[in-house]
Design a protein around this ligand. Sequence first.
Ligand SMILES: Cc1cc2nc3c(=O)[nH]c(=O)nc-3n(C[C@H](O)[C@H](O)[C@H](O)COP(=O)(O)O)c2cc1C
Length: 194
Amino acid sequence: MNCLIIYSHPNPASFNHAIKEALVKSLKEKGKNVRTRDLYAMRFDPVLKADDFETLSRDKTPRDIEIEQEHIRWADVLVFIYPIWWAGMPAITRGYVDRVLIKGFAYEETPQGSKGLLQAKKVYIINTMGAPLSVYEEMGIFKAMDMIYDQQLFGFCGFKVLGHKYFGSVQSVSDEERKQMLAEIDGIVAGFEG
Ligand SMILES: Cc1cc2nc3c(=O)[nH]c(=O)nc-3n(C[C@H](O)[C@H](O)[C@H](O)COP(=O)(O)O)c2cc1C
């Protein structure tokens, strides 16, 4: 199984980084092939520009985007790891989505409506949050994010969403609780087989 990690965090001392490391370790122990796209480390350009539209209008894809699409073609499972910022994705992750998951690669328009082209792929999303899980649950934000991301973004492109894991209160819990969170990663990876 080929697993592609799309990782967005600028700080190597972050909890997101620890999650990424735990995930890579667990995947490798289980014999999976792993590639990581560390968007900040790569200095990924997240801004969709007039140039991009111009290139795409000539049936060409900008080279940096072609490279990312090749990684996605290679992958059976994509795992997105990012913190929740302003109740959503960090701008760099959102820009990756804007520029990489484009028409003709991720979806197409048909007379019957839009059709996802990445139906053979699976995706799992791992997020950290400052807020407690109960607050987002009560406010309906998880439900909103499920609709916006799992259904309208990944589902729209045809991905089968294997799961969406939120780790809440990550800044305020104890080191022991954070260790327990990291220990959950093995179980998440075990679920990729199904
Ligand atoms: C710009 C910014 C926006 C944030 N917005 C939210 C938010 O909307 N909801 C939330 O629960 N936490 C929010 N946070 C807190 C982060 O989710 C939290 O710092 C992160 O998950 C901790 O993981 P880390 O140590 O890997 O950065 C925000 C943090 C930053 C820097």
